[in-house]
Design a protein around this ligand. Structure first.
Ligand code: SF4
Length: 267
């Protein structure tokens, strides 16, 4: 992975997302390189390198944030909303951690979402926020599937351990189970994921489906060249018959009810 350092003029943006007042993204681009990622579409990414191969780090973002917070009304800050705040580069640059230090000093509430066990490094900071929550995305339980769907992210066992560490440290922790990817997510696998995130301490779960965004299908076709059955299942569900998503939705609601897990269905 190549990266470049850049400076930013603004750190936070107003958020239109439910439950978030501001968004903060220390990185543009994401090393996790998930094959279903919607960010290239959101960012209109058209770089010469494939999504996941190049990242821009906003190296002055903690300084800019500190200045912004002097004049901004307190509100919930979503970290991150477009790219992952704990992608591997964060281990070296610590931009997310520096931003957390600034936000903690001003007592701004934070809502963190990631696919990386690196978030555990910052538990010492996150637990000190008066208002905080952290979400871990889990789309599969086996390493093989995870490596296909999300090649650069932490493996599922590491994510579940991280969820447990967050929860054990008094940080309200939830799981995002999605997107549900036909060919990889069937009803039984979904039920297993929901049970494991509940056991790992998630207080609630958000479930979402795979959605067709500009450029997505081309990337999925390429990534799933060696998995023709999965590719066909995705094609069928996106372009021909979307009923599989309705079946999964019903199953998720049933399982959550049975195991006592608060569930929000996002579709
Ligand atoms: S972790 Fe999120 S932002 Fe990063 S590649 Fe995956 S879906 Fe995209």
């Amino acid at each position: 992975m190549r990266y470049a350092e850049a400076t930013c003029k603004t750190a936070m943006s107003k958020s239109g997302l439910p439950g978030l007042d501001y968004t903060l993204n220390p990185y543009t681009g994401c090393e996790h390189g998930c094959i279903y990622c919607y960010a290239p579409s959101t960012l209109r990414y058209g770089g010469p390198e494939p999504w996941g191969a190049f990242v821009t780090a906003k190296t002055n973002i903690p300084v800019v944030l500190e200045k912004e917070l002097r004049r901004m009304k307190p509100g919930v800050v979503g970290i991150s909303t477009v790219t992952d705040p704990y992608q591997p580069l964060e281990g070296k640059l610590k931009l997310t951690r520096s931003c957390l230090e600034v936000l903690l000093a001003k007592r701004f509430p934070v809502c963190i979402q990631t696919k990386s066990a690196l978030v555990v490094r910052d538990v010492d900071l996150i637990r000190d926020f008066p208002e905080k929550e952290a979400g871990m995305t889990i789309t599969a339980l086996d390493d093989e599937t995870s490596a296909i769907l999300e090649p650069g992210a932490s493996r599922p066992g590491e994510r579940l351990d991280a969820l447990r560490r967050l929860s054990d440290n008094g940080i309200p922790a939830w799981a995002f189970v999605g997107p549900l990817v036909p060919g990889f997510t069937d009803g039984d696998r979904l039920a297993d994921i929901l049970a494991r995130v509940r056991d790992a301490g998630a207080s609630r779960v958000l479930v979402d489906r795979l959605r067709l965004k500009p450029g997505l299908w081309g990337r999925m076709e390429k990534a799933l060249e060696g998995r023709p059955e999965a590719l066909e299942a995705c094609r069928e569900s996106l372009f021909v018959d979307q009923s599989v998503f309705n079946d999964l939705r019903i199953r998720a609601a049933q399982v959550c009810k049975e195991i006592g897990l608060e569930c929000e269905l996002c579709y």
